[in-house]
Design a protein around this ligand. Structure first.
Ligand code: URA
Ligand code: SF4
Length: 194
């Protein structure tokens, strides 16, 4: 059955506020909904809030987010021209991967966000984003760096920024993937530059 979709941001925010649809509600400080531009043509999807995001209520403000920001600075990308969200909106304990039931409970909200933003490009950062959005059969190691078109949206899977902290060689891939995104934006006359 199709879930009811909110037609306005106010309506959606009201629905998410105080959500207790999954067990991740138990340990959260803040529900982390979004950052950036609600009219963006490019949307980024991560996994879920970490400790810093939970504290501040904003996605990608911790170590991984800061590394991502540094990459964007080097690439000339303006973060505020993108829309940023996660698979789950409440922090999983010890930053573990969101479980199937948690991701499923939260995905309706993310789908609603996608509907309202209506992006042309969605960047799937890491395995959790890739598998939950495009299907469990997709592997980040083989999918990253190539465009996948589905229902009029262009998807670019890439490494999660936290993976770059653990493995330096992934920084080069991440950089190249975003160069492809910049080139596609040029082609589609989408402005994400500083
Ligand atoms: N990692 C994520 O996947 N999302 C955040 O918001 C922060 C870290
Ligand atoms: Fe609700 Fe999502 Fe938080 Fe679970 S993670 S409680 S579904 S907002």
């Amino acid at each position: 059955m199709e879930h009811y979709m909110c037609k306005t941001w106010d309506e959606l925010e009201a629905e998410i506020k105080g959500c207790k649809k999954c067990k991740l509600c138990q340990n959260r400080t803040n529900i982390v909904i979004e950052d950036g531009n609600r009219n963006a043509d490019v949307m980024l999807i991560g996994e879920g809030p970490g400790a810093d995001e939970d504290r501040q209520g904003v996605p990608f403000v911790g170590r991984a987010g800061q590394l991502m920001n540094k990459a964007f600075e080097g690439l000339g990308i303006d973060r505020s021209k993108l829309y940023i969200a996660n698979i789950v909106k409440c922090r999983p304990p010890n930053n573990r991967v969101p479980q199937e039931d948690e991701a499923q409970a939260c995905l309706d909200y993310l789908r609603n966000q996608v509907l309202l933003v209506s992006p042309k490009i969605i960047v799937l950062m890491g395995s959790t984003a890739l598998k939950n959005i495009l299907g469990a059969e997709h592997k980040i190691t083989t999918s990253r760096g190539s465009w996948i078109e589905k229902k009029g949206i262009l998807y670019m899977p890439t490494w999660h920024p936290a993976a770059l902290l653990r493995d330096d060689t992934k920084k080069i891939d991440f950089w190249h993937d975003f160069e492809k995104i910049i080139a596609k934006c040029d082609e589609l006359q989408i402005d994400i530059s500083k």
